[in-house]
Write a protein that binds this ligand. Structure first.
Ligand SMILES: Nc1ncnc2c1ncn2[C@@H]1O[C@H](COP(=O)(O)OP(=O)(O)O)[C@@H](O)[C@H]1O
Ligand SMILES: C[C@@](O)(CCOP(=O)(O)O)CC(=O)O
Ligand SMILES: [Mg+2]
Length: 328
C-alpha cells in the first residue's frame, strides 16, 4: 500500500489567460486530497471515491469502454467522474513502462469538486506520486508535475496549463508562464473563500474562452490584459502591498467576467466580500460556479459571506507550504 496527499489551490491571478501563455500566480492551500493505491496484477483499475458527487461509489473496470462499471448514472457523468484518475494511471504506466499494471485506488478529499480549488490537480498529483512509488519509482517533483500536467492536458482536450498541477506538486505560491514554472516568495495572504455549492466543467469553460478568443479581438486583448495585470501583481507581491493586490484581484474578476466565466452566485459573493471591506475579491479557477477568493485580514468577509444567499460555505484558507506529501 502506498499513500500520498496533495493540496488544492486558489488563483491569486491569471486563470484562463495562463492557457494561452500569459503568466499566472496560483497559491497552494491547506485543503488536501489523499490517494491510497495498491498494485493489482490482473490489470484492472478499481476506483473507490467517496467524495464524488455521484454520492460515493466503487467501480471496478479495466479501462476499456466495453467493460464499464455497472452503476446507474449516465456515461457522461461517469466519464467526467473517472477520467482524471484513468489518465493519471495511464501516465504511471507510461513512465514506469509497466503497461499492464492495475491498481486499487481509494480517494479521500477535502477539496470540493469542480469548484475552482484544483481538486483534479490534487487528485492527479497524489495518484501519480503514490502509484509510481507503489511500483518502486520515485519521481522528482518537476517530473511529477509534468506527468500530472499531461493528465490534465489529455482530459481537457489539449487545453490546460501547468499552473494547477505544478502548484499542487510543489506547494507554496508559484508563477507559471508557459512551461516556465517556479516557486515565488509571497507575504502572508489572508485568503477567505466563499463556495456556492456548485461546480463548473473546466474543459467546457476553457473551450468557451477559446471560442470567444477566436471570434473576437476584444477577447484576445482581454487575455493579454490579464497577463499585464499579473505582471503588475508580481511587483505588489514582492512589495507585500496587500491593498494593491486586492485592487488587482478586483480587476482580474472583471476581466474574467468579460470572458464569460463568472456566474450570478460568484458575482454575488464577490460583491458581498467587497461590501464587507475585503481588499479584493475574484472568482478562482475555471469559474461557472464554485468558489471565490477574497483577501481580508479581518473576520468581516467570512462573516458577511456566511450570511450571503447562495453562499453555502465560507472559510479561511492557509497557504500550504508543502506540496505532495508521502504518507506511507
Ligand atoms: N475526490 C475525488 N474523487 C475522485 N475524483 C475526483 C475527486 N476530486 C476531483 N476529482 C476529479 O476531478 C474532476 C473535477 O476537476 P475540475 O473540473 O478541473 O475542477 P477543480 O479542479 O476546479 O476542482 C472531477 O470530475 C473528478 O474527475
Ligand atoms: C481555467 C484554468 O486556467 C484553471 C482551472 O482551474 P480549476 O480546474 O477550475 O481549479 C485551466 C488550466 O489552467 O488548465
Ligand atoms: Mg481542475
Amino acid at each position: 500500500m502506498t499513500v500520498s496527499s496533495a493540496p488544492g489551490k486558489v488563483y491569486l491571478f491569471g486563470e484562463h489567460a495562463v492557457v494561452y501563455g500569459e503568466p499566472a500566480v496560483p497559491c497552494a492551500i491547506e485543503l488536501r486530497a489523499r490517494v491510497e493505491v495498491n498494485r493489482r496484477d490482473d490489470g484492472k483499475l478499481r476506483v473507490h471515491a467517496e467524495d464524488l458527487s455521484l454520492d460515493g461509489f466503487t467501480v471496478e473496470y479495466s479501462g476499456t469502454t466495453d467493460d464499464r462499471p455497472d452503476v446507474n448514472v449516465s456515461e457522461s457523468l461517469l466519464s467526467a467522474a473517472t477520467e482524471y484518475v484513468d489518465e493519471a494511471i495511464e501516465q504511471v504506466r507510461a513512465v514506469t513502462g509497466e503497461d499492464d499494471v492495475g491498481f486499487d485506488v481509494t480517494i479521500e478529499s477535502d477539496i470540493p469538486l469542480g469548484a475552482g480549488l484544483g481538486s483534479s490537480a490534487a487528485v492527479v498529483v497524489a495518484a501519480i506520486d503514490a502509484a509510481t512509488r507503489e511500483l518502486g519509482t520515485t519521481l522528482e517533483p518537476v517530473e511529477l508535475a509534468e506527468r500530472a500536467y499531461r493528465t490534465e492536458y489529455e482530459v481537457q482536450d489539449g487545453q490546460a496549463s501547468r499552473a494547477d498541477t505544478f502548484c499542487s506538486a510543489t506547494g507554496g505560491a508559484v508563477r507559471v508562464e508557459g512551461d516556465d514554472c517556479r516557486s515565488i516568495d509571497a507575504p502572508d495572504l489572508p485568503f477567505v473563500i466563499g463556495f456556492d455549492g456548485g461546480a463548473g466543467d473546466t474543459g467546457q469553460l476553457v473551450a468557451g474562452v477559446r471560442t470567444l478568443r477566436e471570434e473576437y479581438d476584444f477577447a484576445e486583448d482581454t487575455v493579454e490584459t490579464v497577463g499585464d495585470l499579473v505582471r503588475a501583481g508580481e511587483d505588489a507581491l514582492a512589495d507585500g502591498d496587500l491593498e494593491e493586490l486586492g485592487q488587482l484581484m478586483d480587476f482580474n474578476h472583471g476581466l474574467l467576467s468579460a470572458l464569460g466565466v463568472s456566474s450570478r452566485s460568484l458575482d454575488r459573493m464577490v460583491w458581498a466580500a467587497r461590501d464587507a471591506g475585503a481588499l479584493g475579491a475574484k472568482l478562482t479557477g475555471a469559474g461557472g460556479g464554485g468558489c471565490i477568493v477574497a483577501l481580508d485580514p479581518t473576520p468581516e468577509t467570512e462573516t458577511a459571506l456566511s450570511f450571503t444567499p447562495g453562499c453555502e460555505d465560507a472559510f479561511r484558507a492557509e497557504l500550504a507550504e508543502e506540496g505532495v506529501r508521502q504518507l506511507e
